[in-house]
Design a protein around this ligand. Sequence first.
Ligand SMILES: [Fe+2]
Length: 183
Amino acid sequence: MPKEGFPPAATSCSVSDLIQKACTTAACAAPNDQKAEVEKLLKETLPKLQLDDFEDTPANQRGYCRKLLYTHPSGFFSVLQLKWLPGAETPVHGHNAWGCVGVVSGKIGCETYDAAADEPNGVRSNGVIEAGAGAIATVDPNPKGIHRLFNPTDSVATTIHIYGMDLSENPCAINVPYGKRSH
Ligand SMILES: [Fe+2]
């Protein structure tokens, strides 16, 4: 029973709640602190986050759906949600801006790489990790943070992504592809 005068704690957080809070965060944080502040915000909201549905977003040839939810009017950040069918996999890529990613449901695999000019695709693997619901990762702009994400399970996984750039024209503009495989 909540104490008198205190509203009960929210049991869920909608995407619009998250976006509203991210706008406040972006307005208050110095440019160099935005990634860390957004990470903090995602840590607070991820356990309660309810994603919108993906019915209007078909999966691409690689087995994942990418839905742009919001771009800040000043281009400070964009928010996307992704759905990963079993076996879905991104190409190896870096990013054109900082990013913060949270696993909302299911499990996601992530292989990280270093840039390596002597390798055929220009990268060398650092290994693979798997992350379940509630996990959060941040990424710095290319050539740091080169990676690929995949769904290693037989179940659907969903993730939320906040990137520090305007992706309203083209959500794929965040990606810097490596190797021969198209994004
Ligand atoms: Fe990525």
